[in-house]
Design a protein around this ligand. Structure first.
Ligand code: FBP
Length: 357
């Protein structure tokens, strides 16, 4: 069995040994923190990890106790890591500079400590998402500007899924690896065993994931795409599709890594100036790098997510990612100048195609 450190050495065999050591030690610090988060989550109410904390994050969202506990696990692990100059979290309003290593350390880490928090009490899979960026301006402690980097600048990215098994899926820009946590190994030196390497997302799929309760707010290209999927073999796609919605992005993306599919949290017309629900820096960008490294594609409808330059730390973006053929199609619908006509045509046609008795 190949464990995390050995797998990273092999995966980055073409890199300078110093870079391998820096990234490997940082990823092991993150992996250890996630083993602790998983342990607390698996204890549930026994660890007082359910319910609301008496606080809100900077986006005005009520924080869950596990959001706060998970953030404490990650931030304390990063503060101890000699390679991390600073970090930023969904649960912290501002970026944090490391007291001990802020000026000279080479890396910055951005993370969502607990993804899918609406599922905690329902005991449905949740996760942690992280992104590692270069600390470009060494010699000074990092500030907001240091973190404002497009996703294609990421050195590494990953997520940990706290499901029946605890899995860590990560990329150091040399393909995507999956590790399974050996929970019997304890928390002091958790064993993450490589259980899949060079993950590939199938280009074609018959499965999509979207929160259908928002349908009336979707823009036309998304209305058309989903309606065509739902129309199944009687519609223009001439094949049936299945739908899933876990309300945990980590679980949705892992399903796509496992068997393909499309995940959509598009812009909606409810708040036209709020471009989406998911955050660019610690949800969309790391997932986009993983999906792209596995042969999929990730966009906001018109642009590659990895090309988006963040303006602010908690910036939100539309997210559409997964099997490449479907994402190419969705992008073409956004680019289709006759989109309105195509959509109107489809709508009219579907009025006349009565469902089979
Ligand atoms: P959190 O990071 O605050 O949990 O929010 C993100 C998220 O839970 C995603 O994991 C998920 O895809 C989405 O929000 C669910 O949204 P909705 O509640 O609208 O279905």
């Amino acid at each position: 069995m190949i464990e995390l450190q050995q797998a990273l050495l092999a995966n980055m065999a073409d890199c300078h040994p110093e870079i391998v050591t820096i990234l490997s030690e940082t990823l092991q610090a993150i992996a250890s923190a996630c083993a602790r988060i998983g342990d607390i989550a698996s204890q549930g109410v026994l660890a007082d990890a359910h319910g609301l904390a008496a606080s809100h994050n900077s986006q005005g969202e009520a924080q869950k106790k596990l959001d706060v506990l998970a953030d404490e696990c990650m931030s304390s692990a990063l503060a101890r890591c000699q390679h991390v100059a600073g970090w930023a979290s969904e649960e912290l309003e501002y970026v944090q500079a490391s007291d001990a290593h802020g000026e000279q350390a080479p890396l910055l880490v951005v993370y969502d400590p607990l993804d899918g928090s609406s599922n905690i009490e329902a005991n449905i899979s949740i996760g942690t998402i992280f992104s590692i960026l270069p600390h470009r301006y060494r010699g000074a402690k990092p500030g907001d500007a240091d973190f404002m980097q497009p996703g294609h600048q990421q050195v590494a990215a990953g997520y940990v899924l706290y499901g029946p098994a605890t899995l860590m899926v990560l990329t150091c820009r040399r393909g995507v690896m999956v590790f399974t946590l050996d929970k019997r190994s304890g928390l002091d030196n958790p064993r993450w065993v490589l259980t899949q390497d060079q993950v590939r997302i199938p280009k074609a799929t018959r499965e999509f994931a979207i929160n259908a309760s928002n349908q009336r707010f979707w823009e036309k290209p998304i209305q058309r795409y989903i309606a065509e999927c739902v129309a199944g073999e009687n519609g223009p796609r001439m094949k049936d599709f299945n739908m899933r919605w876990v309300a945990s992005m980590v679980a949705e993306v892992h399903r796509i890594m496992t068997r393909g599919g499309v995940f959509l949290y598009p812009r909606d017309t409810r708040e036209p100036f709020k471009p989406g629900r998911l955050r660019l820096m610690y949800e969309a960008a790391p997932m986009a790098l993983l999906v792209q490294e596995a042969g999929g594609r990730a966009v906001n409808g018109t642009s590659e997510l990895l090309d988006l330059l963040p303006d602010v730390l908690h910036q939100k973006v539309p997210v559409i990612l997964g099997s490449k053929d479907e994402i190419d199609r969705i992008v073409s619908y956004h680019a289709d100048p006759h989109e309105n006509v195509s959509w109107q045509l489809f709508k009219t046609r579907s009025l006349f195609v009565q469902p089979q008795a």
